[in-house]
Ligand binder design. Structure first.
Ligand SMILES: C[S@@+](CC[C@H](N)C(=O)[O-])C[C@H]1O[C@@H](n2cnc3c(N)ncnc32)[C@H](O)[C@@H]1O
Length: 262
């Protein structure tokens, strides 16, 4: 897991084969935050890069009509597999759309647009701007766009980690470890993750499977984000430093922007 940081073109988001395990490692503190803003804004909600439905599904269960836009075939399959597990009325409120966040046209406007933990997968400045422009096009005149960013200047240069073991409903356990390499000059990160899935059933020997995936993410600095937002015809209404609602200060490593059409 110590290959070199490659060019941004080669670093595509790596979610194939791990969609079933991805949200086991999410801390979910953002879900009540998004529900709170959905209550203020109302339906419909557009969840961009929705993954396996981690945020979209609770929103639907709270009564909101949600479009869940996603590009990864593996994530889409997992989201479709999980959808029927929701109560029928909630499942009926979810519309899954297969599309690229930097180039989509749904033909309707949304009162709330969110992009939980995913904007940095738009690796180039062009892709970031086209993503923001697509959002702007789909935002209702009184709509709110919540852009959740990691502050580029505070990202770790290099990091090695192993997360606490997680357990699936069928008893399999999953360990996720990873290595992050950050190139602050080219403003790209390479994230190598290893999922170790262990299936231990009584009377049988342990079955252990390892899946390795690599993803790229952009390092986005604050003034760069501000400029992109302005260029896309959006304006910052407020900024927060965490999903607990604390105000954004320069010490915060998260910058959550509340944006409106300009
Ligand atoms: C970190 S995961 C977050 C998933 C979900 N938002 C959540 O919070 O659980 C990033 C997601 O972005 C999706 N993604 C990456 N690039 C995308 C693109 N160009 N268009 C749409 N989705 C994309 C990935 O497939 C993945 O599901």
């Amino acid at each position: 897991m110590s290959r070199e940081l490659r060019d941004e073109q080669e670093l595509v988001p790596g979610y194939e084969g791990i969609a079933e395990f991805f949200d086991l490692f999410a801390n979910n503190t953002d879900i009540p935050f998004y529900v709170r803003y959905a209550k203020k804004q109302g339906s419909p909600v557009l969840d961009i890069a929705a993954g396996s439905g981690r945020v979209a599904f609770p929103l639907a269960q709270e009564g909101f009509r949600v479009t869940a836009l996603e590009k990864s075939p593996s994530m889409l399959t997992e989201m479709r597999r999980r959808l029927p597990r929701l109560p029928k009325d909630a499942a009926d409120r979810v519309n899954i759309v297969e599309a690229d966040m930097s180039d989509f046209s749904i033909g309707r406007k949304y009162r709330l647009i969110i992009i939980p933990g995913s904007f940095a997968h738009a690796m180039s400045t062009d892709k970031q701007l086209s993503t923001l422009k697509c959002v702007r096009k789909h935002l209702a005149s009184d709509g709110l766009f919540i852009l959740d960013l990691h502050v580029g200047a505070l990202l770790p240069e290099d990091l090695k980690f192993e997360e606490p073991k997680a357990t699936l409903p069928d008893g399999r356990t999953v360990i996720r470890s990873g290595v992050i390499h950050t190139d602050m000059v080219r403003q790209i990160m390479r994230v190598d993750l290893k999922y170790t899935v262990i299936h231990a059933s009584e009377g049988y020997s342990e079955d252990k499977r390892e899946i390795e995936v690599t993803s790229g993410a952009a390092v986005i600095f604050n003034r760069e984000a501000d400029l992109l937002i302005r260029m896309a015809g959006l304006a910052i209404e407020d900024q927060l430093g965490g999903f607990d609602g604390r105000p954004y200060t320069p010490e915060c490593d998260r910058r959550i922007l509340l944006l409106r059409s300009h």
